[in-house]
Design a protein around this ligand. Structure first.
Ligand SMILES: [Zn+2]
Length: 399
């Protein structure tokens, strides 16, 4: 299934250099053929024309065209034919075609194919989400009592920084037929109203102003790095990805030239057919018509961390204030108890901690036998009973 899809895609790539006339950047960009669309009878599209206008999208021209082609192939673009969901399996992730495998026939490889970023489709109103919805009626952003949420156009992509490079979340534009108001499906205020099983699917945390991939937040938590260190790491990685793509592009050209020079025996004839033998420059990391690379700052990540803390605060404070826990670890220590002298001589301290390293109970005992701990365990059991909390299931001990 994948093979045919990618073969079809390379067919639909059409070099616009010959047809495009206006700016040089447009001339450099490849376009995706509209022939499939043209072949169909015109379909009345209720959405206003501006939604079809991808000019407002904040990404490179070839990224726009590739995303549109993908959406058309999936039947998710307004006016495109519905597609049978083969095998009832679909991924909301779209990954660019492998640029090395695209046959540009006589032309030299285009940098555009090497400059595409993956994207994630976010269309909660669409049929593709029906299993997730299970007849759940999507809420209205404005809290209508009888919301009727439908698609109101193509929507827009939003760039996201992840630990394996940048990608886009392409969110649809929604409309509530009851109150006739529009919003984007990635609106944080709307996302808050959705059941968790929807937002769990999103690869990023989307807040009012910031958006960050969950992978970056996970890494921040896991490593305990400062936001500045983390920003440096992520930026370095994104530049590495760019450099690799650039190298792959140059090697693809070298490979074509080698074949034409007869390095592998027989010579290929591309050089005689093509108009120019000069490769297109790969352009800089930030070039909006090229790689369109972004960077992230430590301040941005700090804001994301704060937002994440706000979101989790109720759960966190419950965890931190609770003197309960499901996993215990405990040990004796004589060090702490050394200063306490009793007639009997030995004294040790015994502490029980929960899975959050919070002390659940801490007592002084005169003997290290299990029996001496009996009253403490009884006390703890009473505490759990009184609070109606399920007793701890695991207990690590020092013997
Ligand atoms: Zn409404």
């Amino acid at each position: 299934m994948k093979e045919t899809a990618s073969a079809k895609k390379s067919d639909s790539f059409k070099d616009s250099r010959t047809s495009a006339t206006s700016s040089s950047s447009v001339q450099r960009s490849l376009s995706f053929s509209d022939s499939a669309e043209d072949a169909q009878p015109p379909i009345a599209v209720p959405q206003p024309q501006r939604d079809h206008d991808m000019n407002s999208w904040n990404c490179s021209q070839h990224q726009k065209l590739w995303m549109r082609t993908e959406m058309q192939d999936l039947g998710l673009w307004p006016g495109s034919r519905p597609v049978r969901n083969l095998g009832n399996a679909i991924s909301l992730w779209r990954h660019p075609p492998q640029p090395e495998l695209i046959d540009t026939v006589a032309e030299l490889p285009s940098p555009n194919f090497f400059q595409l970023h993956p994207f994630f489709i976010w269309k909660p109103e669409n049929e593709i989400m029906s299993r997730l919805k299970n007849k759940y009626n999507l809420p209205c952003l404005h809290g209508c009592p009888h919301p009727q949420v439908v698609s109101a156009g193509v929507g827009r992509p939003r760039v996201i920084v992840g630990t394996s490079g940048q990608y886009y979340i392409l969110s649809s534009r929604l409309c509530c037929k009851s109150c006739r108001k529009n919003w984007f499906a990635d609106s944080p205020r709307w996302l808050e109203k959705l059941p968790r099983r929807f937002t769990n699917l999103l690869p990023a945390f989307l807040t009012y102003k910031k958006a960050i991939c969950k992978s970056v937040m996970d890494e921040l938590r896991r490593t305990g790095k400062s936001p500045t260190d983390m920003a440096n790491q992520v930026n370095e990685l994104m530049h590495l990805k760019y450099e690799r793509a650039h190298l792959a592009y140059l090697q693809a050209i070298e490979s074509v030239w080698d074949a034409e020079a007869g390095v592998h025996g027989q010579k290929t004839i591309g050089q005689f057919i093509r108009k120019s033998n000069t490769p297109y420059p790969f352009s800089s990391y930030e070039d909006p018509n090229g790689w369109c690379g972004i960077s992230v700052s430590g301040f941005y990540l700090t804001d994301c961390l704060l937002e994440e803390y706000k979101r989790q605060e109720p759960a966190l404070s419950r965890l931190l204030q609770g003197t309960f826990g499901q996993v215990f670890r405990s040990d004796h220590t004589r060090k702490v108890a050394r200063k306490v002298t009793l007639a009997s001589g030995i004294m040790s301290s015994y502490a029980i901690m929960n899975e959050h390293w919070l002390i659940v109970s801490w007592v002084m005992v005169q003997s290290e036998s299990e029996r001496s701990l009996e009253p403490m365990y009884q006390g703890m059991a009473k505490r759990y009973n009184d609070a109606g909390v399920e007793k701890a299931g695991f207990h690590w001990v020092d013997r």
